[in-house]
Design a protein around this ligand. Sequence first.
Ligand code: SAH
Ligand code: SF4
Length: 403
Amino acid sequence: MNAFPPHSRVLPAADQMTEAERSRILAKAALFAPPPLLDEQGRRDLVGLSREELAAEMAEIGEKPFRAKQLWHWIYHQGERDFAKMTTIAKPLQSKLAERFTVGRPGVAAEQTSTDGTRKWLFEGRDGQKVETVYIPEEDRGAVCISTQVGCTLSCRFCHTGTQKLVRNLSAAEIVGQFMAARDSYGEWPTPKGEEGRMLSNIVVMGMGEPLYNYENVAKALTIIMDHEGIGLSRRRITLSTSGVVPMMDRCGAELGVNLAVSLHAVRDELRDEIVPLNRKYPIKELLDACRRYPGASNARRITFEYVMLRGVNDSEAEAHELVRLLRGLPAKVNLIPFNPWPGSPYKTSTPEALQRFAAIVNDAGYSSPIRRPRGRDILAACGQLKTESERARRATRDENPA
Ligand code: SAH
Ligand code: SF4
């Protein structure tokens, strides 16, 4: 990408810096690019291609653009993976497609279901790298929590994923594929009409990894998921959680317009520097300014501030009051997450009394502040518990620092 597109020449200096920083972040993301989409027989996976790319593939094999539209419908509306079952396509073309293309899904390496109904999959990419995906059912709907990276460059102290180095970014195919494979598991194909009554009705981009450090693939995947002629999930049903990659938040808001969740977790820079190390780069004030600019945020569509409750670390009454002060004027709600322990984790969950007191202060100030009920703890599927065995091969040229 061009670091300084023509219009940026007239931008104020601060914006030019942000643009330069965005370019750096995107260049860094490219270093951890996923492997190509071809299988052993050289066939290309059609999942994860944009509409334009799909049309280009059809043009390449001498087919008309409407074929791309037909395929889109079969792949994302019907959930069909077998070209031979795509009945609106004549047999000779079915064979031609099958010779050159596949309609893939990530491989399922393991699947577990919690006593509370939460389901977790361990998915395996073609290169053997693994990520986890979680489905959290509610009575008449449910959210799929998808991952965006194998590991994470950041190392938030309370997070299990943060102990796993970044191995690589996931491709758009692997990101969309997690949701499609979850739908396979519940047989929710073809895509139900309208958005009501779906079992897999929402997406939270809150699994492994920092989505805004893999922005291009995440954006492509979410654009596919939001397409009306396919999966058709609206941006209101998608929430992207970031630990605060400020320069990318503006782009995410402008281009995707999905709901935003921000992992705040501390109200003072000193503490946030320690538990969310990205704070040293983008401190609380800059983060909250980016939230104020976030397009589409309103009282009807609030920004969620996630706050993991760590016993004796960030859960005092004074901190609750400070949180209220910081959020003043922002269309915000607060999600209090009781800390979910993992093997070797250095913190304890706040006591129920501390949780209640904290929630009451935030609530009395007019911010909704539900305490998130932990789901799937028995199978290590709750927030911050995801981790896989994938390790990065040694490469001397890559460093660990974010962007
Ligand atoms: N990287 C993104 C999204 C993934 S983490 C982010 O940090 O926002 C999803 C949420 O789970 C974040 O709010 C994260 O801070 C929280 N989390 C991480 N570890 C946790 C733990 N052990 N207990 C509870 N929540 C945790
Ligand atoms: Fe990465 Fe988010 Fe975990 Fe921090 S909380 S280490 S950003 S996945």
